[in-house]
Design a protein around this ligand. Structure first.
Ligand SMILES: NC(=O)c1ccc[n+]([C@@H]2O[C@H](COP(=O)([O-])OP(=O)(O)OC[C@H]3O[C@@H](n4cnc5c(N)ncnc54)[C@H](OP(=O)(O)O)[C@@H]3O)[C@@H](O)[C@H]2O)c1
Length: 343
């Protein structure tokens, strides 16, 4: 679902002062476990994403040097192109605290750390994660984050990996203003469709989807690979994470069936399997953007991912994809609502 009527649908207005690219560059991949990231090459690569129009970044305080990379990238961009160019960047970070007692000074100190690392006066979007619902301090944390938003050092508050039940409490019982929730959402992981999407539609909250490419498994590289890869064959943390999800979803041979029909659809539209997988999620209600992981300086799929905006899936594409997925297990029953895989 796109709310950008002015161009090809590259952008989504999350809030009046926050327009993001619908493909957000995911920076978990710089945090380790995804190959060696060379600092200097990474910053130059960020310049290339920016030049290509991919101006939105998803990061977190816990993603290794990601916030520092944003700081360095901004300094360099400002030197080369002038300060005004910085207005084109959207850097969506997260605060992922250890569960424990939370008070205002703790929240402020952590947010100030992110501001200083990223070299900004205020955060475009602060996405809040909480590991343990049995620890009730997350509601306090959200209240203090709201205070910081009112003070102007956070522009908007989002969540990541919260389930519908907790969002209901936040929105309806406590009146918190939340613009987004970042969750796993892909052709194979449709748990959001059970409760999250209807709730978000009703309350005008947008979803930022990750895992839509299953770490790269949803691509030609794994098509017709009938031999199931072992954990050691998969050389990134992301590939290993989503391979486990595929195992729960229905296993490798059903996944091969899915890849095969995604390939047929991709060929019909003259695009790639990854493009079809991304487009499928971007067209879903309440979805503002798909976060696609970038291994800066190692691999680059900018040109391919730009193709996502050059085609639309038709009804027969949806029917074919959905027919395969009806053969899978029900991830909602097996794993739970969004984010439950982390708890
Ligand atoms: N909130 C959370 O808990 C959470 C959890 C996970 C991820 N995330 C966010 O989501 C981001 C995405 O990460 P992810 O782990 O879910 O990975 P992903 O986006 O599903 O997969 C990224 C990988 O897909 C491959 N790829 C990208 N475009 C492609 C294309 N056009 N054709 C073929 N392959 C392509 C690349 O693999 P190669 O590099 O091998 O070519 C890339 O490294 C993270 O960086 C992070 O920002 C958030």
């Amino acid at each position: 679902m796109n709310n950008d009527t002015s161009e090809k649908g590259y952008h989504y207005t999350l809030a009046p002062d926050l327009k993001i690219h619908r493909i957000v560059n995911g920076m978990w991949q710089v945090a380790g476990g995804h190959g060696y990231i060379h600092h200097e090459s990474a910053i130059e690569e960020m310049m290339k994403y920016h030049e290509a129009g991919f101006t939105s970044w998803d990061l977190a305080d816990i993603y290794g040097p990601a916030e520092d990379f944003i700081g360095e990238f901004r300094r360099r961009l400002s030197e080369r192109k002038g300060k005004e160019e910085l207005d084109k960047i959207q850097a969506l970070t997260k605060w992922v605290p250890h569960p424990g007692r939370i008070d205002y000074p703790i929240v402020k100190e952590n947010i100030q750390k992110s501001l200083s690392r990223m070299g900004v006066d205020s955060l475009d979007l602060l996405q809040f994660h909480w590991w343990d619902y049995n620890n009730p301090y997350y509601m306090d944390a959200l209240k203090y984050l709201s205070d910081l938003r009112d003070e102007g050092i956070i522009k908007h508050i989002g969540l990541t990996n919260f389930d519908t039940e907790r969002m209901q409490i936040m929105m309806m019982d406590s009146g918190l203003q939340i613009v987004s929730n970042q969750i796993q959402y892909s052709i194979i992981d449709r748990r959001p469709e059970v409760k999250m999407v209807p709730f978000c539609k009703e309350h005008n909250i947008r979803l930022l989807a990750y895992g839509s490419l299953c770490g790269g498994l949803m691509s030609e590289g794994y098509l017709r690979k009938m031999q199931e890869p072992s954990a050691t064959d998969l050389d990134t943390l992301s590939l290993r994470k989503y391979k486990k999800m595929i195992d729960i979803w229905g296993g490798w041979s059903l996944f091969q069936e899915l890849l095969s029909i995604l390939n047929e659809i991709a060929q019909k539209h003259n695009v790639s399997i990854a493009n079809v997988a991304t487009r499928y999620i971007l067209e879903k209600p309440a979805v503002a953007g798909a976060i696609i992981g970038v291994r800066l300086g190692i691999s680059d799929h900018r040109n391919s991912n730009a193709q996502v905006f050059n085609f639309c899936l038709d009804k027969s594409d949806y029917d074919t994809i959905d027919a395969i997925c009806t053969k899978s297990n029900n991830l909602y029953d097996m794993v739970g609502d969004c984010g439950d895989e982390y708890r």
